[in-house]
Design a binder for this molecule. Structure first.
Ligand SMILES: [Zn+2]
Length: 337
């Protein structure tokens, strides 16, 4: 058995360690199964693959099909059966207990200030319990760093986090910014939020349902990243906690949350997807004519693929786009497939 990543002493005997705290992400994934029609979808905002890797929790094949609007592939069904954001045999049971000891004070004492309070009209929420808050977000960042390839932190930084967590000292020397996304209208609306990681660095970004974590290696690495409205150039530095006396959370009200999340999905995912489809169209065209497709032909192809709603694009599987393109070409040139 491998050695536990955190203590580096005991055997990593623990199965099913959530690396993002279940109490936070549960409502986004709708693990309680509150409403069958509202299922949480999540993804890694990874540059390498324009096709969204959907993962689903506790969905049967039929629900899966109605959620994504097509037949799921074998892989997607397999994914649907696995427990999301959890790992086996990475940590030991003692370290798992340490994680729980850090999580409990946060979910019991701090989380209600966000989820049970009316935050309307507040831009900022200040909290005094630095140790609880810092430790809580450090274990999210650390465990994600260990378990997710997309978060590519330098080794020394991961080691620094490891030391802080073991000491449970809530060290304030890591620049950390947390945006809280006010989510109104009941539990089902949390499924509109995202869970995932970006391949950006400084800030490294973790979407964790109604919390968005941004962390920098050190003060020298702080730089402005707009990220579709998450940060504003004039103000982003004032929301970074560093050697603070009170921990400051930046709050997006419900309307701002929706606008922001919509911006993320449309720009980050759809834009990349369109790019990929244009390339695919060029590839077909080159096979036929030896040159790239004329721009207006590409535009027309994308428009018929979008079919009135850009969000349609994220519902297609690779095979579907391929088949669509073959048919489209056949019609365009009036040939039999
Ligand atoms: Zn351990």
């Amino acid at each position: 058995m491998p050695i536990c990543k955190l203590c580096q002493e005991r055997e990593a005997n623990k199965k099913n360690t959530h690396y993002l705290t279940d109490a936070i992400i549960r409502t986004c994934l709708n693990l309680g199964g509150v409403n069958d029609r509202e299922k949480g979808l999540y993804f890694a905002l990874d540059n390498s693959n324009p096709f969204i890797d959907f993962n689903f929790q506790r969905l049967d094949e039929l629900t899966l099909e109605s959620t994504i609007g097509r037949k799921p592939t074998e892989d997607e069904i397999e994914n649907a059966k696995s427990i999301p954001f959890s790992v086996d045999y990475v940590f030991c049971s003692q370290c798992e207990k340490l994680f729980t000891d850090i999580e409990n004070p946060f979910t019991n004492n701090i989380l209600p200030h966000f989820r049970k309070n009316d935050l309307t009209g507040h831009d900022i929420l200040k909290e005094a319990d630095l140790i609880t808050i810092r430790n809580f977000f450090y274990i999210q960042i650390y465990r994600s760093a260990v378990c997710e390839n997309i978060l590519d932190f330098p080794e020394e930084f991961v080691e620094k986090l490891r030391t802080i967590i073991l000491a449970k000292n809530g060290d304030t020397s890591i620049p950390l910014s947390i945006t809280y996304l006010q989510t109104l209208g009941g539990d089902a609306n949390y499924t509109q939020n995202y869970i995932g990681f970006t391949s950006d660095k400084n800030p490294y970004i973790i979407f964790m349902n109604d919390f968005v974590i941004q962390v920098y290696e050190n003060t020298d690495s702080i730089k402005f990243l707009p990220f579709y409205g998450l940060n504003e150039e004039e103000s982003f530095q004032s929301y970074i906690n560093y050697k603070e006396e009170h921990f400051m959370f930046y709050i997006f009200d419900d309307a701002k949350r929706k606008a922001f999340l919509n911006n993320v999905i449309v720009h980050e995912k759809v834009r990349k997807t369109i790019h990929q489809y244009r390339d695919m169209f060029d590839m077909f065209w080159r096979k036929l004519f030896g040159v790239d497709a004329p721009v207006q032909q590409k535009d027309r192809y994308i428009q018929s693929l979008i079919n009135g709603d850009e969000n349609n694009l994220i519902k297609y599987s690779k095979d579907q786009v391929f088949n669509f393109t073959v048919k489209y070409m056949a019609v365009l040139f009036n040939v039999k497939e």
